[in-house]
Design a protein around this ligand. Structure first.
Ligand code: PGA
Length: 253
């Protein structure tokens, strides 16, 4: 049966000292015990903090993730960080295709496909983001957009490899805006994504895939969102920067 996951995407926030402190606070709260011990906790701090944070967390209870990775394993790629480098500092999961990467850094399907393959080849977990912008939702194109994002990248994988992927549905209009998708809107899209997977890989695979919701998810609305049958947790931005708030979301299960 699929796992519930709450992942904190710190984005470009916290200096090193603040980041270590936040990681220590989350670690202490996780150590005290969480409501549903089967819920996976992931944190994705900035690149520069990963090594130090890996030393202060219990790696059996908190999975360290990066917010991005390079398309190649090594070489002359100034400013890039490869999965090999990330793996060497304890990173086990990589967020891919976040809408901020797609819109500000021009990440297209071809780039994401390369990153996806390199992450999987290195036995790390990809957290693949998809989601529509407001104009697309208003034009009722949201299902089509999400379908294309998933089909054009993830559906190139074999069923065996696809099973290792976590999907995060993040309606772009809800990211950092304080506007959350209603739990019905989230459920509707998550169920749609699961149906797409069932059609491609069969229902057994579809039932096993963790699908996270992202976009202004916080402790006060997580319970309602996570109560939906196809919402298996969250990818949390702003609310992951305060330990108590983040743990409130983890404990919403
Ligand atoms: P938010 O960000 O929780 O701040 O809306 C979500 C995300 O971008 O992952």
């Amino acid at each position: 049966m699929r796992k519930n996951i709450v992942a904190g995407n710190w984005k470009m926030n916290t200096n090193l000292e603040e980041g270590i402190l936040l990681a220590k606070e989350i670690n202490a709260l996780v150590a005290k015990g969480i409501n549903d011990p089967k819920t996976g906790v992931i944190i994705a701090p900035p690149f520069t903090h990963l090594h130090a944070i890996n030393q202060v967390i219990d790696n059996d209870k908190i999975c360290l993730a990066s917010q991005n990775c390079a398309t190649d394993e090594k070489g002359a790629f100034t400013g890039e960080v490869s999965v090999k480098i990330l793996k060497s500092v304890g990173v086990k999961a990589v967020i891919l295709g976040h809408s901020e990467r797609r819109s500000y850094y021009g990440e297209v399907n071809e780039t994401l496909l390369k990153k996806l393959n390199i992450v999987l080849e290195n036995e790390m977990k990809p957290i693949f983001c998809c989601g529509e912008v407001l104009a697309e939702r208003e034009a009722s194109k949201h299902f089509k957009v999400v379908k294309e994002q998933i089909e054009n990248v993830l559906f190139s994988l074999s069923a065996e490899v696809f099973k290792k992927v976590v999907i995060a549905y993040e309606p772009v209009w809800a990211i950092g805006t304080g506007k959350t998708a209603s739990s019905e809107q989230a459920q509707e899209m998550h169920a749609f994504i699961r149906t797409l997977i069932a059609e491609k890989y069969g229902s057994e695979v579809a039932l096993d895939i963790t699908i996270l919701y992202g976009g202004s998810c916080k402790a006060s609305n997580a319970k309602e969102l996570f109560s939906k049958p196809d919402v298996d947790g969250g990818l949390i931005g702003g609310a992951s920067l305060v330990a108590d708030e983040f743990m409130g979301i983890v404990n919403a299960f």
